[in-house]
Write a protein that binds this ligand. Sequence first.
Ligand code: 8X3
Length: 258
Amino acid sequence: MTAAAPAAASRIAVVTGASSGIGAATARQLAAAGYRVVLTARRKDRIEALAAEISDAGHQAAAYALDITDRAAVDEFATAFKTIGVLVNNAGGALGADPVATGDPAEWRQMYETNVIGTLNVTQALLPALTASGDGTVVVLSSTAGFATYEGGAGYVAAKHAEHVLAETLRLEIVGTPVRVIEVAPGMVKTEEFALTRFGGDKEKAEKVYQGVAQPLSADDVADTITWAVTRPSHVNIDLLVVRPRAQASNTKVHREL
Ligand code: 8X3
């Protein structure tokens, strides 16, 4: 007999980087699946608006402004919870697309801080509550950049490789505890901010990333895979889910209709 996943009702799902894109879409979908979602991000106004939207739709949501690179703030946040069902480590992102020869060390450092140390901070702080739930799930949103490199991507690719290693190692270390570790690695996803942030607000450069691609993934497409993985029965661990648009065969092989 297959044990069903525990009812989502009254279970808490914490989503980092919930102010836009994949994080916001995941918060909406997990709430619709019955989780009480806790939205975190630095931009308080955005997560408060989203929490209100989710509540208006008849689901349960709360907002908590948090910079995941601030360990003291993360520890303070964690004191609010005795048990948590799900943690979605979504916050992160890319900065710049310069070659190694001229890349900005400050951008590399910042990407490591947000993608890797941020994920480490929140995971460490919430692991006791995830374990105490008797059935916890840690999701790590890495990227196809966590598995193969591309020109101009080294800073981001290095950070995402590190995030992948964090997920893999954590899974080894906590096996036998009631917590599973799921890694979701998306390829090309068109969101309102990812490419714009990477290129410092340069709309033209950001648009070029998706130029001629019939249908890049949307934030909802990725949120759908996260929600599916999280709602599998407890004993089923989706170790790694790689998801790309049909038009993308690899990080560097993309079909463009120009
Ligand atoms: C996003 C995928 O190709 O921009 O994580 O590195 S890519």
